[in-house]
Design a binder for this molecule. Structure first.
Ligand SMILES: [Zn+2]
Length: 484
């Protein structure tokens, strides 16, 4: 057990006081359906009063260990699928490769639905349940919808998820499997939740509040120690802000004021409004006019916590940086090959940035660094395929298995090989092994060739003698060519 366990004290949760704009400071009475500041349109933060300290962290399950610093939800309404309490790996091999003193990976890929947002869904759905809400509507780029779908089904609440065309397939499958009603729309528009209905957005105050617990867990997992740097991905900027808020709570409740943790926020090249504001020393984040990134979850043109994230980075003397797709794919490989973690692109951004900042000497190698790895790579079959095509010589097989080509039998594979050039039997056997990972006996290859000749798809071409060996070459007939 890494967390302190409370003794005989009854667990108290934090009381919600009000909502406060993270940019202009305007305050509002808490309303589950109020998402943005009415004055400036920025994200809202939940202001809480803490009755307890972290020492009272309890033996509760999942996220609810952090009940003392979360908005109050009575125990009978708390939903959990075992989120939170994720592993903090010491990353010895990447550490060695990059020459870093200490590197840790906060592995959120092992959350119940494969994303750090399970913490957020546990809090939101439980809170909604306690308020008597029976229906939840969400606009999601993917992970949040998939996660809410699981938690809503556990709570017996119905979920309507609105998604956009470019959604990662795995996340769409998840939503459907968990029983959500999914609709594809062109743009997300703000819907007002009516009685008994709550809306959830990526920049939701409750969704964001739960993200604090990642940094707080890290602190206790490091035996009440803070790293020099924490590297987080940024879309709406909510995680960077929540991490800042967590550091603030630790300062108040755990007296960590002597230690400064710098927040590093990373965006994908092509959609990097927060990074632009940081590097141009602007006072506020400007709209990204024409976003060009395939990292769909982070393609946010007008981040609602953008200014809050920018302030968090500046105040902690951190860094905002962006990485390109090539660097992200390399980072996915690095994480998988060196640490056994399969992360989605949006989650691998932090590793890509780490490598870059170490190489550019923006971050000293003598640092203790924590990278958040926010979601699992299994959700994104398109990127996995791209990676597999890049890394292996099984291109033909992968294309076939993923439905890219209509080859469906060994005979079709032989025809495909013959469509490229005339070859002899042994060479066909070899190509079946190398291109399709298909291990069959050589006589079986000749049996297939015999059948294909009988069916009129293949004919013998020439017989040549090479190094004293007679080799019969085969070629496609017109019928065979037509089939291919
Ligand atoms: Zn405001």
């Amino acid at each position: 057990m890494l967390l302190h366990i409370g003794k005989d004290k009854a667990l108290k949760m934090a009381k919600v006081l009000y909502l406060k704009c993270t940019r202009c400071g305007a305050t509002y009475e808490f309303d589950i359906n109020l998402k943005l500041c009415k004055k400036c349109g920025s994200g809202l933060s939940i202001e809480l009063s803490y009755d307890s300290k972290f020492e009272q962290l309890n033996s509760q399950f999942g996220l609810w260990k952090f009940a003392p610093v979360l908005p109050e939800v009575k125990e009978k309404f708390r939903i959990s699928l075992g989120e939170g309490n994720t592993t903090l790996h010491r990353s010895k091999r990447i550490e060695k490769e990059l020459g870093i003193k200490e590197l840790f990976l906060k592995d959120e890929t092992i959350e119940p639905t494969g994303s750090y947002l399970d913490r957020s869904s546990a809090l939101f759905v439980s809170f909604a349940l306690a308020q008597g809400i029976r229906r939840i509507i969400t606009y999601s780029t993917g992970n949040l919808g998939a996660s809410l779908a699981a938690y809503s089904s556990k709570a017996g609440i119905s979920l309507q998820a609105y998604v956009k065309q470019g959604i990662d397939l795995g996340k769409l499958y998840q939503m459907i499997a968990y029983g959500a009603n999914v609709s594809v729309v062109e743009t997300f528009k703000e819907l007002k939740g009516k009685n008994g209905t709550a809306t959830v957005t990526e920049y939701d105050p409750l969704v964001n509040e739960a993200k604090k617990t990642i940094m707080e867990e890290v602190f206790f997992q490091l035996n009440s120690r803070l790293p020099d740097y924490v590297i987080v991905p940024m879309g709406e900027g909510g995680l960077a802000y929540a991490t800042y808020k967590a550091l603030d709570e630790l300062r108040i409740l755990e007296d960590t004021r002597d230690k400064k943790t710098r927040i590093v926020g990373v965006q994908p090249e092509g959609c990097e409004p927060i990074v632009k504001a940081y590097s141009r020393a602007l006072n506020s984040v400007e709209l990204e006019v024409s976003p060009k990134t395939r990292i769909f979850d982070l393609s946010v043109t007008n981040p609602k916590f953008g200014n809050a994230a920018l302030s968090a980075i500046r105040e902690t003397e951190g860094i905002a940086t962006s990485v390109n797709e090539e660097e992200i794919l390399d980072a996915i490989s690095l994480l998988a090959e060196k640490e056994g973690l399969l992360a989605e692109p949006a989650a691998s951004l932090t590793i890509a940035a780490l490598r870059k900042l170490i190489e550019q000497r923006e971050i000293s190698k003598e640092s203790t660094i924590v990278c958040f790895v926010t979601g699992s790579g299994l959700k994104d079959p398109r990127i996995l395929k791209e990676l597999a095509l890049r890394k292996s010589n099984l291109g033909e097989l992968i294309e076939e298995l993923s439905g890219g080509k209509m080859l469906n039998s060994t005979k079709m594979k032989i025809l495909k090989i013959l469509s490229e050039k005339d070859v002899y039997g042994y060479q066909i056997w070899k190509e079946l092994r190398e291109k399709y990972a298909l291990s069959i006996k050589i006589p079986t290859v000749y049996q297939h060739l015999f059948d294909l000749i009988n069916e009129g798809y293949v004919e013998k071409s020439v017989t040549l003698t090479t190094s004293g060996r007679k080799r019969t070459y085969y070629k496609l007939t017109d019928k065979g060519k037509a089939l291919i």
